[in-house]
Design a binder for this molecule. Structure first.
Ligand SMILES: [Zn+2]
Length: 140
């Protein structure tokens, strides 16, 4: 009895589809792996057309933008220790650690608009600090 290979069991079409689905899964895993490496920041730009201000969006920063943001906090680590967390937050808002411009589409009126936003490390999805209550975790 000769041993059967997988190619003997399936027709060419089935084999092609199998290969395609394996490749697709590999690509998806690769993309998902890359996505988890990217840190997401939640922003809430107000729509200039209808005034809607409750639509949260996630933005992903470019490597340069992420570096700018990280460097801001790294370079000020010592001086941040001397202030309270609310003092640090107020100072960060004043200093604008990172300013980005992105295109958004309003979820209410469907108009597209460009918005310039200040990003703080507190905006990161999943950001945790003993001084902050994480959003969306505890019902109010
Ligand atoms: Zn709108």
């Amino acid at each position: 009895m000769c041993p059967l290979t997988i190619a003997d069991l399936y027709t060419g079409e089935v084999l092609r589809n199998l290969r395609r689905s394996f490749a697709k899964r590999r690509n998806r895993e690769k993309i998902e792996g890359e996505m988890t490496k990217m840190r997401k920041y939640r922003v809430r730009p107000s729509c200039p057309y209808c005034g809607e201000e409750h639509c949260y969006r996630n933005v992903i920063l470019s490597d340069e933008e992420q570096e700018t943001l990280d460097n801001y906090y790294i370079s000020r680590a010592e001086e941040r220790k001397r202030r309270t967390s609310i003092g640090n937050l107020l100072k960060d808002i004043e200093n604008k650690p990172l300013v980005i411009t992105r295109q958004f589409k309003c979820g209410m009126c469907q108009q597209e608009f460009e918005e310039t936003i200040v990003i703080l490390r507190e905006d990161e999805v999943g950001f945790r600090s003993p001084d902050m209550i994480p959003m969306g975790i505890y019902p109010v």
